[in-house]
Structures are given as structure tokens and as C-alpha cells.
Write a protein that binds this ligand. Sequence first.
Ligand code: F6R
Length: 255
Amino acid sequence: MKVGIFETSEEASRVGAEQIISLLEKKPGATLGVATGSTPDGLYAYLRAAYKEGRFTLADSKAFALDEYVGIDPDHPEAYRNVLRRQLVGFTGLTEENLHTPNGQAADPDAAAAEYDQSIKDAGGVDLQILGIGADGHVGFNEPGISLASRTHRDALAPQTIRDNARFFDDNEAKVPRACLTQGIGTIMEARQLLLLAFGENKAEAVKQLVEGAISSRWPATILQAHPSVTVLVDEAAASKLELVDLYRARWDLD
Ligand code: F6R
């Protein structure tokens, strides 16, 4: 795991976006896994600007969302498919048909989850998965206690996640969907590269556990320690509880 610590989230987002652009230079048409939430906003903005400058295109790429709320109106602006449309479709060359999101409307969520895993396999797997992290250590919506080998599945959102996401729903917890379809931890771990971003003090404990904690489903993101290619990009606030900062900076500077 490589940990990059930056003064600002803008700087970290730029570094993350450049990693994606250089992957696309080496492998045009690479498949991306895409996160929603606030964390990747800066990274997506940077990608949109770089696309405008003609530096890359996702025209030949597929993108697979990490998750989708179950039961949300498909026209709701916070349905993750709509969030990703606004962030990426058209503005990065990504086409509507190449944007894949779990079907949160499915009458049979288990079948929809299995189909989603299969569609990732059929696409040849994810080359680079963008991740945020929940304050409770979730990646995707794999909440504490989930199997670290889970496949795409339906899950309940943790109370902490409902509180955290109320800001997208008029600050009203009652409006936050209670369930989601999420890529499983096992699914996420099959991506060839993982790129996790985390900003702000409220992520500091989750980042500490992610980087320095024991692997445990209490903090699901800790399993990322077992992946051979993980880059973690954080600002100083999110890094504030890390013990071995000097080592991480030295390792980062080796490249
Ligand atoms: C989003 C997702 C979540 C978020 C996490 C952090 O697709 O799967 O794991 O990355 O909840 O959310 P923000 O970025 O809003 O703090």
C-alpha cells in the first residue's frame, strides 16, 4: 500500500486523476470502477478539465459504479446513476451505455447482484477502482461485519452512513434510503489497481485503521492491505492519526 499525504484535497485529487490518465495512455479503453459521494468530486473535475484539453478519453472505456441505493426513484438526482451521469457521461468521453450501475429497482436484488458481478467479469474485470471510505471504514457500502470475501450484494446502510449521507437528502435522515446494492469486498479486491481517496478529519480514524489497523470486518477497508496494488491519497487532516507518516512520505518519494 502506498500512502500519499498532501496539503490539500485538490493536490491529492490531481495526483489521483493523473494516475488514471497515465493508465489510459498505457491501456486505452481501460475499465474503471467509479465511486460516488463527495470525495471524488475534485478528481472528476480534474478529469473533465483534462478531457476538454484533449488529454484522454473514456470513449472506449466501461465504468462500473461501486453501488446504488435500493428503491430510490431512478429520476432522483441522488440516485448514483444520475450522480455519475452528471460527473462523467459526455464530459470525459464516457457513453451512457458504457456506464454500469447496479439495478436498485430490481424485484430480485440477489439476481441483480449476481448479474452485476457477471457483467464486470464479462468486461474483463476492472483495471482501476476509485474508492472513497466511510467514517466507519466501509468501502463501497460494505458496512462493518460484512464478509471480507463478499460478492455484489444487497446490504443495509449503517446508522452512521445514514447520518453522513443525510446531507445529500435535505439534511433529513428519514429521506436516506435504508439499503443498497454494492460491489462486495471480494469483487472490489479483484480490480487490478485500487485508488482510495480520503479527506478531512472525520475520516482520520478510518484511514488509521485502513493503513495501520489489524485486518478485520469491523473496519472492512482494512482488507485492502492484502491487495498488491493500492494507492491511498489523503490530505493532512485525514492523515492526522497515522503513526508512521515519515515512512509513508519516504516510500512515496522513492518514485
Ligand atoms: C460511494 C461509496 C462510499 C463512499 C463513502 C464516502 O460510491 O461507495 O463508500 O465512498 O461513503 O463518502 P463521501 O465521499 O461522501 O465521504
